[in-house]
Design a protein around this ligand. Structure first.
Ligand code: NAD
Ligand code: WQD
Length: 360
């Protein structure tokens, strides 16, 4: 049995973890760990015996997430309120050996990135560049990066695999993901074998932890389909507008690959474990279900899963939307041993439980 140890972070004893007697606890820095995907990944990391250390300045999240994590895990997760691109603020965190970094922290709203491109370049690319330098200087062996299917743009053939050409970015946000993939590829080369990098291209993560203790916190009007849908059912919005009913798809609405955030969280653990077995490797993985669903199918699945009807109307196409995209995720299955486990209905039932917990 592995010995249990107390870990001190941020000036107070915050945690108990398991450790490997010879190497110490496997501390994983989770930048953006108070956010939607990062918080679920913190749970998956603890479940797998890692020690997550959350770094998040709460610019798009709330400290209550840490309380939700405590209720799920039965203990407090180590947490630092700091900008992950702030070298001074991060220095103390790197003083204790870091086994890996999962870098979620970024601004993520496509529309906002069009209005505020400088903010997106500065935070998403600038912070990643400074963090990558810190990672190399500290000799961290493993790095997992949050990329996006947005790098593919409008694809020529479906499902899309990792060899599909990267299109010119349709938004500053999309550009930052392409730029960070390139940047980290150069960082990997500069590390000359001492740093392994997994670039993970997420499709459309939805849902929430089944406990409804953590989930997506849309601040303001949600831009994404599922939070808008659940808020419409909850009466916060009058109705969901389906953007376009005249696309060349079986029912005229756009097709996406929606995956459960807990499945996505588990993929990060699988990526870390792959890097441990292939030190110094570099690769890119699609993370999706492999199945596309139309907006109308999402509405029908929600109604079947919850018994609630979705108030909705049909509107104009949204500028920048691609017609259809879904993943060929067979590389992740083959190399990481990962595939999604949860159905679309489970995703939507969990999203609704979370919305009910949030209330109006
Ligand atoms: P989120 O906004 O819920 O979480 C991001 C977290 O990072 C927030 O808690 C925010 O406060 C924090 N943050 C941002 N910049 C920071 C900085 N410089 N220093 C410290 N903390 C900072 O977003 P999410 O949905 O969990 O997305 C996580 C990552 O996954 C992002 O990189 C995003 O671009 C990427 N991604 C998300 C989706 C999606 O649909 N949610 C899809 C593809 C890729
Ligand atoms: C899904 C479908 C909309 C809202 C975005 C980013 C992408 C990635 C994931 C980060 C589309 C339709 C939506 C609404 C609707 N994020 N829709 N009414 O656009 O596939 O991807 O999030 O990397 O980069 O662009 O996700 O949830 O916004 O839309 O009809 O009120 O739902 O047209 O077909 P999208 P989404």
């Amino acid at each position: 049995m592995r010995p249990r140890v107390y870990v001190q972070e941020g000036g107070r004893v915050t945690d108990i973890c398991t450790m490997n007697a010879s190497t110490g606890p496997k501390r994983i820095l989770v930048t953006g760990g108070a956010g939607f995907i990062g918080s679920h990944t913190a749970v998956a990391l603890v479940d797998a015996g890692y020690e997550p250390v959350i770094v998040d300045d709460l610019r798009n999240s709330r400290s209550e997430v840490l309380d939700g994590l405590e209720r799920i895990l039965g203990r407090r997760v180590a947490y630092h309120c700091v900008d992950c691109g702030d070298e001074q603020g991060m220095a103390a965190i790197f003083e204790t050996p870091v086994h890996g970094v999962i870098h979620f922290a970024a601004d993520k709203a496509v529309g906002e990135s069009v209005a505020e491109p400088e903010q997106y370049f500065s935070n998403n690319i600038g912070s990643t560049a400074r963090l990558a330098k810190m990672i190399r200087e500290a000799g961290v062996p493993h790095l997992v990066f949050s990329s996006s299917c947005t790098v593919y743009g409008e694809v020529q053939s479906l499902p899309v695999d990792e060899s599909a050409p990267i299109q010119p970015a349709a938004s500053p946000y999309g550009f930052t993901k392409q730029a960070c993939e390139s940047l980290l590829t150069y960082s990997h080369a500069a590390a000359e074998g001492s740093l392994g990098v997994a670039l993970l291209r997420y499709f459309n993560p939805i849902g929430a932890h089944p406990s409804a203790e953590i989930g997506e916190l849309p601040l303001g009007t949600p831009a994404n389909l599922v939070p808008f849908l659940t808020q419409s059912v909850a009466g916060i919005r009058p109705a969901l507008t389906v953007f376009g009913e005249d696309y060349p798809t079986p029912d005229g609405t756009c097709i996406r690959d929606y995956l459960h955030v807990c499945d996505l969280a588990e993929a990060h653990v699988a990526a870390l474990q792959w890097l441990e077995k292939a030190p110094g490797a570099l690769d890119v993985f699609n993370l999706g279900t492999g199945t596309g669903s139309t907006v109308k199918e999402v509405i029908a699945a929600f109604e079947a899963a919850t018994g609630r009807s979705v108030p909705h109307q049909f509107g104009e196409r949204r500028s920048g939307d691609v017609t259809a995209i879904y993943a060929d995720a067979s590389k992740a299955q083959r190399m990481l041993g990962w595939r999604t486990q949860r159905s679309l209905q489970t995703c939507l039932a969990d999203a609704w439980r979370w919305q009910e917990k949030l209330g109006n």
